[in-house]
Design a protein around this ligand. Structure first.
Ligand code: NAI
Ligand code: MG
Length: 501
């Protein structure tokens, strides 16, 4: 690891945006929180204050839900011609691309991720979401259904199904990919014709607010998208319990996912959840070594390990264990750590002091249970929330570091003997979000892919995403899927219409 020096210059429009206190987007207007309160948004690279945004609470959520409800009942969002909805979504995608540099800077400053990654990954995947779902607006089809009633042999029917928007949707998103998570949530909901109240994470509200401005600029009807910044315990809890919403979609911790389910149970609102993970990444001895080593390293170190699908449990076939560990540790040592905005940074800080404490706490817990660090193992520097990329060996299935989601650049590595044993070991977790397999034996890859209880299995690759490919969890990693037609389904109801002729 080596520190990097030069900071990129902050774009003047970004600086102006940061200098202007953030407001809430309600019914197409930017308004203060009812309480008049704001809170500080911190730069994780040094803990300094980047901006202030409105501290939305229950009353603001009430206002936003009312606006979304009015917009849904009154239209014109879901009553608009599907092709017109498509054009607006596509226009928003274009605006995101036109403002890519600015959005990437905001994301890098706010979340800590390297500027180059924010631009090529977060921003471009976000605009692609809106384009992909723009295409779906004109393809939401029902069925015609041949039916008959046994005791009315002469009756004839025309039966068909309609797919209708579920209504008003509350969406709560996390801080690891702030803009992209907003896009994953908003794009399918809007394509379906729903109206939305979005609550960004308190750590990283900035890019969602800028996205709100672009939504206004694109010409979306007032109230179709409302954005309330605020804390989870106040704004988030009020949204998930609100009787005025029909559905809640959440991405974040499994712990809060369970609270969301309890809150939604009161009036049985629909729920989808994208939660934590502890994904196994399995390297067989016949794998292409260079790609397996590079892939195992990026599976855990990409986004500083702050990925729900991070390949955080590395299982390596016994005969190549030392070689792969040495390779992954070498990759870790080469990673340039620094502020996200500094040229050449490959790994920035974790998002907050809370996450710094959490991740270093897990590393300490690992040491206390007998794990050893081949590289890393502690905080990096004294300023900002940096953690060294860490490879832990001498770990076993019972350890906290192997069972629990760390959400930082920390991988636990363990050897295994053969294909017959590895599926059960890999599946030995309450989670089931993703998995990786590295082998050149195609039938071995497919046999294991079938056995793994995970929503995504990557073979000879990792962290590959496309708006068309569903993503989500088995077991306690969640309910439902993001992306693809499956995510559109999260926002649609089916109505059967049965006509006797
Ligand atoms: P969190 O689950 O508390 O926060 C995620 C979102 O939920 C934020 O918008 C937050 O304001 C909101 N929230 C928090 N409490 C809420 C409540 N009672 N009701 C409604 N909304 C609420 O996650 P946190 O505390 O930031 O991170 C803790 C751990 O969660 C991480 O270390 C990681 O393990 C996991 N996590 C998983 C993510 C994923 O992508 N699946 C993303 C972020 C965190
Ligand atoms: Mg929390």
């Amino acid at each position: 690891m080596c520190a990097v020096a030069t900071e990129a210059v902050i774009d003047s429009r970004v600086q102006q945006f940061l200098n202007t206190p953030g407001k809430l987007l309600i019914d197409g207007r930017w308004v203060h929180a009812a309480s008049g309160q704001t809170f500080a948004v911190l730069n994780p690279a040094d803990g300094s204050t980047l901006a202030h945004v409105a501290a939305g609470e229950k009353e603001d959520i009430d206002r936003a839900v009312r606006a979304a409800r009015d917009a849904f009942e009154r239209g014109p969002w879901h009553t608009m011609q599907p092709a017109v909805r498509a054009k607006l979504l596509w226009r928003l995608a274009d605006l995101i691309d036109e403002h890519a540099d600015e959005l990437a800077q905001l994301e890098s400053l706010d979340n800590g991720k390297p500027l180059s990654i924010a631009k090529i990954a977060d921003v471009s995947l976000a605009s692609e979401q809106f384009r992909y779902y723009a295409g779906w607006t004109t393809k939401i089809l029902g069925d015609t259904i041949p039916i008959g009633v046994p005791f009315l042999p002469d009756a004839q029917f025309h039966a068909f199904s309609l797919r209708e928007p579920i209504g008003v949707v509350g969406q709560i998103i996390p801080w690891n990919f702030p803009l992209l998570m907003a896009a994953w949530k908003l794009a399918p909901a809007l394509a379906a014709g729903c109206t939305v109240v979005l609550k960004p994470a308190e750590q990283t509200p900035l890019s969602a607010l800028r996205l709100g401005e672009l939504i206004c600029e694109a010409g979306f009807p007032n109230g179709a998208v409302n954005i309330v910044t605020g804390f989870g315990e106040t704004a988030g809890a009020a949204l998930s319990a609100h009787p005025g919403i029909d559905k809640i979609a959440f991405t974040g911790s499994t712990e809060v996912g369970k609270l969301i389910v309890q809150a939604a149970a009161k009036d049985l609102k629909k729920v989808t959840l994208e939660l934590g993970g502890k994904s196994p990444n399995v390297v067989f001895a016949d794998a292409d070594m260079a790609s397996a080593i590079g892939g195992a390293a990026s599976a855990i170190f990409f986004n500083h390990g702050q990925c729900c699908c991070a390949g955080s449990r590395l299982y390596i076939e016994q005969s190549i264990f030392d070689r792969v560990i040495e390779g992954v540790a070498d990759e870790a040592k080469k990673i340039k750590i620094g502020p996200g905005m500094a040229a050449g940074t490959q790994m920035g800080p974790l998002v907050s002091d809370e996450q710094l404490a959490r991740v270093t706490g897990y590393i300490e817990a690992g040491f206390a249970e007998g794990a050893e660090a081949v590289c890393g193992g502690k905080r990096h520097g004294a300023k900002g929330y940096f953690v060294e990329p860490t490879v832990l060996i001498k770990t076993n299935a019972k350890m906290k570091v192997v069972q629990e989601e760390i959400f930082g650049p920390v991988v636990t590595a363990m050897p295994f003997k053969d294909l017959d044993e590895i599926a059960a070991v890999a599946n030995d977790t309450v989670y089931g979000l993703a998995a990786g397999i590295w082998t050149q034996d195609i039938s071995k890859a497919h046999r294991l892919a079938k056995q793994l209880r995970a929503g995504t299995v990557w073979v000879n690759c990792y962290n590959v995403f496309d708006a068309a490919m569903p993503f989500g969890g088995y077991k306690q990693s969640g309910w439902g899927r993001e992306m693809g037609f499956q995510a559109l389904n999260n926002y649609l109801e089916t109505k059967s219409v049965c006509v006797q002729l």
